[in-house]
Design a binder for this molecule. Sequence first.
Ligand SMILES: Nc1ncnc2c1ncn2[C@@H]1O[C@H](COP(=O)(O)OP(=O)(O)OP(=O)(O)O)[C@@H](O)[C@H]1O
Ligand SMILES: [Mg+2]
Length: 503
Amino acid sequence: MRKWFEKLWEELNKIVIFRSLRFRISVLIILVGVVCCFGMRFGILRNYFSRAVEVRTTDVQSQLQILANHLISYDYLMNPSSDVVNAELEQVANLYDGRIMVIGGNYAILKDTYNVATGKYMISEEVIRCFKGVILSHYDNENDYIEIAVPITNTVEEKNETVGVILASVSTTTLVQNEEILSRNSWIFVFLLLAVVLVVAFFMPRIMLRPFNRLSDAISEVKSGFTDEAIAVNDYVETEHIADSFNQVMERMKVMEESRQEFVSNVSHELKTPLTSVKVLADSLNNQDDVPVEVYKDFMSDICDEIDRENSIINDLLSLVKMDKKSANLNITSVDVNALIESVFKRLSPLAQRNQVEMVFESIRQVNAELDEVKFTLALTNLIENGIKYNQRGGVVKVTLDADYQFFTITVTDTGIGIAEEDQKSIFERFYRVDKSHSREIGGTGLGLAITRNAILLHRGSVVVNSELGHGTTFTVKVPINYAVNSKAAAEAVEAKKQSTEQ
Ligand SMILES: Nc1ncnc2c1ncn2[C@@H]1O[C@H](COP(=O)(O)OP(=O)(O)OP(=O)(O)O)[C@@H](O)[C@H]1O
Ligand SMILES: [Mg+2]
């Protein structure tokens, strides 16, 4: 049944109009309206009829009660020929379009207003029960009559003994006829109400959805470029939320667009600088005659340096572009992190020696983690290389490795020049260099930390910087030991990242 319903729902959803909210609200109003109209009509009619039967029963019962008292006072059971009582019995019977029988103590019928059973006996269950003092009534809906039995109680000398029974059956034909008239009239009422429901179903969704249309128009205006101002439709909380979310997306897109433009101009500038140098060097050689070989070699060596620089910028850019793609590009294997750090140390030791910087590795724990070795090495190399480059002679770069059951942590601490507080938030941006002239002297493109951060984020890890100008810098990298493929582990990693960012 459920499957059948799901299939039907799926099929209905293929119809475009069915997916329209306005159509759905209209259908809902019509359905609720129809159910209410018919339900109300049914309820009113049913209630009317049962109430009418109840009223008729109580009426007749009280009339019979009065009659029973008259029967006692006229001693009718002993002398059933009393004209007054007989006339009264006939009158009540006619009034309710029914039949009244008076039954004496020996179950003999003393009076029958139909004059067919007088003198006969009536021994039925109702009569027997009524003789015990119980007033009985029963509605026979098949034959349209109410049967009522009222005991005739002798209250003289406070005896309270049932000496006879009045049995009446009254017709409910008039009640049925009234119900039919009411039923016919109620159709007019139902149709009028349905007309109102249809009008409401047509206009109400239009009015209700007007703010959403305005929202859609506002978004279209932004989309087609007429305006880039924030939109506001505050009629409903829902429209307010959508407008807020849209404005936030627009804000993000603006920031992204600005950073894209900045990136493009930075890239162009960075790529042009070595080329300009090469051009200047080549031109000056070209414009001179009989240039000595030494000068040629000197210039050519400078040209080679500039080409290397250009090459390194392009390589860095390619690494960044590769890492901008999804994590599907990660080549995850189980990596011995201690060995990885040692191999980075080995590769950087010539640079450290040249800069007279000591490198120290402190491993608190042996760590094996699921990593993309190439990308992670790239990230770590840049951090340690920075520690060496932005250090002073005789300085130290210390790397520590520790782990808990979920994450491993690497810290890279140097005793170098440090980074000012206001620069710390920008150093991970592409091409950002704190002191441009000094950095240029040291060498580098300003892409290293952007690559580092991207590589670590791809591993669902975090990197934070702590630095004091003139004293040194510490970068702390925290990465899940097991690459978080499932959502729970990913969520924990994100949580850990959030915590480390807050610190
Ligand atoms: N350990 C550090 N101590 C002081 N300043 C640092 C340190 N690490 C980075 N910086 C500053 O942050 C800037 C950005 O670093 P990043 O590694 O991104 O670029 P880079 O080292 O200049 O070039 P490369 O792309 O070759 O790494 C550096 O230019 C430097 O000013
Ligand atoms: Mg660097």
